[in-house]
Design a protein around this ligand. Structure first.
Ligand code: NAI
Ligand code: MG
Length: 359
C-alpha cells in the first residue's frame, strides 16, 4: 500500500522555538524513515514570528490562515521576542491561529519522567500523571474590553478586560474532559474555577459542570477553587487525573504542573479542533526563552512530546507510544539538558531520542 503522507505546516517562530521545532522534525523524520514505508511527513516551513514582524510589520502573511487551513496539522515552536510587545506577537500569530481554527480544547499532560528530579519529593515514590484540559476559545482570553474608557484622560485612564463564558463553550470542553477521563486509569475530572469571587461566568461554569457530570455517572468529580488547586498540585497530586479549567486558570496551572515535573522545557501541548474542520496545532508549553535562545541549550522534549500528541491525532497511537518510550529511555539514561540538571545540548538529546527509537 502507498504510504500515508501527513502534510504538516511548521511554524518555529522565535527564540528556542526554532531550535526545538528543528529537533522535533528530525525525530519525526527518523520515525517515518523507520516505519517501513507505512507513513511519511511532508513539511512546509513558514517564516512568521517577531523577525518577520520587524521586516514586514505583520506577524504572519495576510493570507496566512488560508495557506494553513488545508494542512493535516500545524507544528508550532514559540512566539515572542523582546523587540515586539508580547500582546502584539501573541495575538498576531498564536492566538490568531487558535481562535480562527476553533482549536477550543488545549490538552496539556503533566508527565513525570524517569531520571528527572522533581522538586516534588512524592514524585520519587508515587506514580504521578495528570492532564490539564484548557478551555482555549473564550474565558479570560476572549479579547473583550478596551482602554481609556470614560475619557478620563492622562493619569486617569481606565481599562476593562472582560471574560466571556458561554454555555456552549463550557459544555463542549467539559464533555471533552469527561471523554478523556474515560480513557485513563483513573476516571476522575476536577473542575477549577474561582466562582466564589467571580459570580457570573464561573458560576455558569459550575452549573454546566454539574449538568454534564450527570451524563457520566462512572466518572468521579470534584470542584476546586483555583488557589486551592494550585496548592493541591503540590500537596496531593496523586489525587488528580483530568483537570479542566478556563483559559487563564489552565494556562497558569499547566506551567505549575510542568515545573513540578522538572522543567517547562518538558511540557507538551495540543490545541485541538476536535471536529477536525480545521488543522489542530501542536506546540511545547514553553515560550521563546530569550535567556537561552541561540545557544543550543533548549530542552527539545516538550516539542517532541507535542509531536507524540500529533501522532495520536493522526490515528497513530503506536507511533506516539514509541516516541514517548524514547523520551523515557533518554531521560532515564541521564541524557538531560541544563534546565533539568544535566549538561547535554539540544543536539545530544535529539540524537539520543533517535537512537532510542531503534530499541
Ligand atoms: P519562557 O517559557 O520562554 O521561559 C521561562 C523559563 O523557562 C526561562 O528561564 C527559560 O529559559 C526556560 N525554558 C523555556 N523553555 C525551555 C526549554 N525548551 N529548555 C530549557 N529551558 C526552557 O517564558 P517567558 O520568559 O515568560 O517568555 C518569553 C517569551 O515567550 C515572551 O515573549 C512570551 O510572550 C513568549 N511566550 C510564548 C508562548 C507561546 O508561544 N506559546 C508561551 C509562553 C511565553
Ligand atoms: Mg502559558
Amino acid at each position: 500500500t502507498a504510504p500515508r503522507t501527513f502534510r504538516i505546516a511548521a511554524i518555529p517562530a522565535d527564540g528556542v522555538g526554532k531550535e526545538v521545532v528543528a529537533a522535533g522534525r528530525t525525530v519525526l523524520d527518523a520515525l517515518a524513515a523507520d516505519s517501513g514505508g507505512a507513513f511519511a511527513f511532508e513539511w512546509e516551513e513558514f517564516p512568521w514570528g517577531c523577525g518577520y514582524y520587524e521586516r514586514t510589520g505583520r506577524m504572519m502573511d495576510e493570507d496566512g490562515l488560508d495557506r494553513l487551513k488545508d494542512f493535516d496539522a500545524i507544528y508550532f515552536g514559540a512566539v515572542g521576542w523582546p523587540t515586539v510587545p508580547d500582546h502584539i506577537s501573541l495575538w498576531g500569530l498564536r492566538l490568531k491561529i487558535c481562535q480562527s481554527f476553533d482549536q477550543w480544547a488545549n490538552v496539556r499532560p503533566v508527565h513525570f519522567l524517569p531520571g528527572v528530579v522533581s522538586p516534588l519529593r512524592k514524585a520519587d515514590d508515587t506514580e504521578l500523571d495528570w492532564v490539564v484540559v484548557r478551555e482555549n476559545s473564550e474565558g479570560e482570553y476572549a479579547g473583550l474590553g478596551g482602554r481609556n474608557l470614560g475619557g478620563r484622560g492622562p493619569g486617569g485612564e481606565v481599562a476593562v478586560q472582560s471574560a466571556l463564558f458561554t454555555e456552549v463553550g463550557c459544555e463542549r470542553i467539559m464533555r471533552f474532559a469527561f471523554d478523556l477521563a474515560r480513557t485513563r486509569g483513573r476516571r476522575k475530572v476536577s473542575s477549577v474555577t474561582k466562582s466564589n469571587a467571580q459570580q457570573y461566568g464561573m458560576v455558569l461554569w459550575d452549573d454546566v459542570f454539574r449538568r454534564v457530570a450527570a451524563d457520566y455517572p462512572d466518572v468521579e468529580t470534584e470542584s476546586v477553587l483555583v488557589d486551592a488547586m494550585s496548592a493541591k498540585f503540590v500537596l496531593r497530586p496523586e489525587d488528580l487525573s483530568v483537570v479542566v479549567a478556563s483559559n487563564l486558570n489552565a494556562d497558569i496551572l499547566s506551567d505549575l504542573g510542568s515545573a513540578l515535573a522538572g522543567s517547562l522545557g518538558l511540557a507538551a501541548s495540543a490545541n485541538l479542533n476536535p471536529e477536525r474542520r480545521f488543522p489542530s496545532m501542536f506546540e511545547p508549553v514553553h515560550g521563546s526563552a530569550p535567556d537561552i535562545a541561540g545557544q543550543g541549550l533548549a530542552n527539545p522534549i516538550g516539542a517532541v512530546g507535542s509531536a507524540a500528541l500529533m501522532l495520536e491525532h493522526f490515528g497513530l497511537p503506536d507511533q506516539a507510544a514509541r516516541l514517548n518510550k524514547a523520551i523515557e529511555a533518554t531521560t532515564a539514561a541521564g541524557i538531560l539538558t541544563r534546565d533539568v540538571g544535566g549538561t547535554a545540548a539540544t543536539e545530544d538529546v535529539t540524537k539520543a531520542l533517535i537512537d532510542a527509537l531503534a530499541i
